[in-house]
Design a protein around this ligand. Structure first.
Ligand SMILES: NC(=O)c1ccc[n+]([C@@H]2O[C@H](COP(=O)([O-])OP(=O)(O)OC[C@H]3O[C@@H](n4cnc5c(N)ncnc54)[C@H](O)[C@@H]3O)[C@@H](O)[C@H]2O)c1
Ligand SMILES: [Zn+2]
Ligand SMILES: [Zn+2]
Length: 337
């Protein structure tokens, strides 16, 4: 069968590999659609230190169940499913308290272990979610980045009426802004690239600010009636942005750090104390797939807005190169099989 094979950094191609054999606890899935994530592009570039090579990429995966044993999720042969791609140990402290997304030995598909950009895939049956019929195949993989957005929103307990500054108008930031709207809160989306902000405005995100504007803080003050944002979700991974989050947040505010910075950030922690901030990490997701699928199925969050292009699996190596060379041209590229 075909796979999207990353031999080493910058060397990616379609490679024939053997079909997998299902274990009793697993399902055999015919993959129907995949999403290309920033982390796949990072693996291609060699900029993600967690990736070992060679590696089959892909963790945003949807398909049809071909074989499955008994399972607690009620999933049957023929079901349309999405894969929860964060495999946890089930034994460590965070796993024991249900925080499986920050398992001490977390294995993410396509990063630590081979991913699912293949024709046939096996995955633990208990880590599949049944997908409502009305979501088209090419959109289903985007439920995964939507869970990342939801996780940050849950980590900061966003409630209706609050202002949420979202830093970074990439796929994650835009999905976070759209979900914030679904929660009845007021997103204020920031980026340093005007084209990204203009695009987001076209999606109905009224408040956008270029983080490079000299009066960026004044603009937030104006929108929030002097208070600043009760919540800031950092979704750029930029060190400067992480530092700025402390200035954008209100006193007694909450910050979620979703972006993965490559270097350490120098931060005036006295402002944490002075403003009595809650600053929380937000890593992948835990238990958010069902909510993401419902938001999509009910038409409340339209992930199609962030899908810039849909290609065939065979075109994924080219698409990954294109995303690496021109990240500004696309939010997400998904592929169908
Ligand atoms: N925590 C997790 O589980 C998780 C999951 C997925 C992605 N991520 C991380 O989230 C971040 C966003 O992912 P993405 O796919 O949307 O990335 P992306 O690169 O498409 O988007 C990042 C955006 O941030 C903007 N930006 C850069 N510097 C900025 C600054 N100083 N101020 C404001 N905006 C700035 C960029 O112009 C870009 O539009 C990345 O760091 C990624 O690694 C984390
Ligand atoms: Zn992803
Ligand atoms: Zn664990």
């Amino acid at each position: 069968m075909k796979s999207v094979y990353l031999e080493k950094p910058n060397v990616i191609r379609i490679e024939e590999i053997k079909e997998p054999i299902r274990k009793e606890s697993e399902a055999l899935i015919k993959i129907k659609s995949v999403g290309i994530c920033g982390s796949d592009v990072g693996a291609f570039r060699g900029s993600n230190p967690l990736v070992s090579y060679p590696r089959i990429i892909g963790h945003e995966l949807a398909g049809e169940v071909l074989e499955i044993g008994e399972n607690k999720r009620g999933i049957k042969v023929g079901d349309k499913v999405i894969i929860d791609p964060y495999i946890y140990c089930g034994k460590c402290y965070p796993c024991s308290i249900g925080r499986t997304n920050c398992c001490e030995d977390l294995k993410v598909l396509g990063v630590h272990i081979d991913g699912g950009m293949v024709e046939m895939f096996t995955h633990p049956s208990e880590m599949l979610y049944k997908v409502p019929d009305n979501i088209p195949w090419e959109q289903i993989p985007s439920a995964e980045p939507l869970t990342i957005a939801l996780h940050a929103i849950h980590r900061t307990n966003v409630i209706a009426g609050e202002h949420v500054v979202i830093i970074g108008a990439g796929a994650i930031g835009v999905l976070t802004a759209l979900t914030t709207l679904a929660y009845g809160a007021v997103p204020i989306l920031m980026d340093v690239v005007d084209a990204r902000l203009k695009f987001a405005k076209g999606l109905g995100i009224k408040n956008t600010i270029n983080a490079m504007d000299k009066d960026a803080i004044e603009q937030i003050k104006k929108i929030t009636d002097g208070r600043m944002a009760e919540v800031v979700i950092e979704a750029s991974g930029s060190n400067v942005a992480i530092r700025n989050a402390i200035d954008y947040v209100s006193y007694a505010g909450r910050i979620a750090l979703t972006g993965w910075p490559k270097k350490e950030t120098s931060i005036p922690t006295e402002l944490f104390t002075k403003k009595e901030l809650d600053v929380r990490g937000s890593r992948t997701s835990a238990g958010e797939f069902e909510e993401a699928l419902k938001l999509m199925s009910d038409g409340i969050v339209d992930v199609n807005l962030v899908i810039s292009k849909v290609v065939k699996l065979e075109q994924v190596p080219e698409a990954v190169k294109e995303l690496s060379e021109h990240p500004e041209r696309y939010l997400k590229i998904n592929a169908i099989l």
